[in-house]
Design a protein around this ligand. Sequence first.
Ligand SMILES: [Zn+2]
Ligand SMILES: [Zn+2]
Length: 162
Amino acid sequence: MSEEKEYEGGCFCSAVRFKVKGPAMVSQICHCSICRRLQGSSLGLAISFFGADKFEVTEGKEELSEHLSPQKYSRMFCRKCGTRVFLSFEKCEREIPMVALYPTLLDSVAHSSIPEELAPSRHIYYADRLYDFHDGKPKFADMPAEFGGSGKQLDDKGNPVT
Ligand SMILES: [Zn+2]
Ligand SMILES: [Zn+2]
């Protein structure tokens, strides 16, 4: 059991600020084409999941705009600078009391590295990646089975693991 750590972070222009208490439920790198296009990223996107009760927008709630995905994920972004700040699942059919955050938005990570307790433990949607990652971490073709995916795993080069 790791101790609770509090992190602060915000969008690029600092209009929106938040606090979140760790540890994260899970941290992973997503390689799906949706994250890639939304973020303008050619690499994977690190995402950490926290209980919704551990997360609080402390400044700039009124600057947040919502983009609702077809699955009713609320993608919350700063309307001043466009940063995607977090993802909420409260409008989903089966409400999930979690938020997804990008550890790169934490103040402590902005100019250094992701703390060990938030370091991604696996890759998801690795089949959709543009570049290979040789980090030896588990790589799921889509999602782990317990998250509704196929649970199929790939090696660093994208070959099926049997
Ligand atoms: Zn902003
Ligand atoms: Zn994604």
